[in-house]
Design a protein around this ligand. Structure first.
Ligand code: NAD
Length: 294
């Protein structure tokens, strides 16, 4: 089966590689030609436009930064909609605004093109070893017939409701991740300033109730001063923007998420927008005038 894959960044590239490993044929597209060449060297075909991908395949996956990128690739000039056949399917695995997913799906439906919104969680390491978690919105029968394809990149693929529901689930995920990183940052900066090794505090608490996947992924990065993304602060600000817009539209106050958004904006102003979101710790370090180490 031939799949179109658009967006070969930190997440998309390893996800595409896992599809190749699982025996799918791929046609790929990215603005970054180096990433395209890497996939071509592994056996993928490349395309010049999204429309070309849609002409040559019936199922296309997008893994792009945000709503405007997905809209452009799906509906813009030389977009998927221009080349796609009736009955084709877009599986958008980017994290975008739920409303944008619904708008794109409606526009595609006018040409008989189906869509699932299927954002992912797990970060680069889980994208590489094929163990991401996928949360999917759209028609249940379309989900069922594409479950195996999504599982080729994932450890879990869960149907959460109609189109847009996948991205609502992802926003919930991003609240928990953001607040968890802030909590780990507060705790480790307190440990350092109080004269107790953050590395030992981490070892002591990670097996108890405070332990988490986020703590295991991010505390070592903070202590080792490794802020290579991972997941960029800029992308998490994008998600927080979508979270706060959604919270306003459905009338749910999010006092803690709002605070962490302000922290992320401050960290970005310090030049860390393209760093991993574990650089949230730098906000706390600056306030306490201390830097954590193991
Ligand atoms: P990234 O910036 O590394 O990759 C995005 C890719 O899209 C880039 O290679 C870019 O060149 C390409 N691109 C942008 N516009 C394009 C266009 N018009 N045509 C073709 N290619 C285009 O981002 P990422 O970290 O891989 O994240 C992708 C999505 O997955 C985002 O929505 C992000 O929020 C989400 N996500 C990321 C992580 C993570 O840990 N990095 C985890 C879960 C979800």
């Amino acid at each position: 089966m031939k799949i179109g894959f658009i967006g070969l960044g930190i997440m998309g590239k390893p996800m595409a590689k896992n599809l190749l490993k699982a025996g799918y044929e791929l046609i790929v597209l990215d603005l970054n030609k180096i990433a395209v060449e890497e996939l071509v060297s592994l056996g993928a075909e490349s395309a010049e436009t999204a429309a070309e991908i849609a002409e040559k395949t019936n199922t296309f996956i997008t893994m792009l930064p945000n709503s405007p990128h997905v809209k452009e690739v799906a509906l813009g000039k030389s977009g998927l909609i221009e080349g796609a056949k009736h009955g084709s399917l877009l599986i958008d695995m980017s994290s975008i605004a739920p409303l944008a997913s619904r708008e794109i799906a409606e526009a595609l439906a006018t040409k008989g093109i189906e869509m699932l919104d299927a954002p992912v969680s797990g970060g680069e390491p889980k994208a590489i070893n094929g163990t991401i978690a996928v949360m999917v919105g759209g028609k249940k029968e379309v989900f069922d017939s594409n479950y195996e394809l999504m599982m080729a990149m994932a450890a879990s693929v869960v149907y959460v409701g109609e189109i847009g529901a996948g991205n609502i689930a992802k926003l919930c995920n991003q609240i928990v991740v953001a607040l968890n990183i802030a909590a780990v940052s507060e705790a480790l900066v307190l440990a350092q300033k109080a004269g107790v090794s953050p590395g030992l505090v981490y070892q002591a608490i990670r097996g108890g109730l405070a332990g988490s996947t986020v703590m295991d992924a991010k505390a070592p990065m903070m202590m080792d001063r490794n802020f290579n993304p991972g997941f960029k602060i800029d992308l998490h600000i994008k998600d927080m923007t979508n979270i706060l817009e959604t919270s306003r539209s459905v009338g749910v106050p999010l006092p803690l998420a709002s605070q962490v958004m302000q922290i992320m904006l401050a960290v970005k102003q310090d030049g860390c927008g393209v760093e991993d979101h574990s650089s949230i710790v730098k906000f706390y370090e600056k306030m306490a005038n201390i830097e954590i180490s193991r």
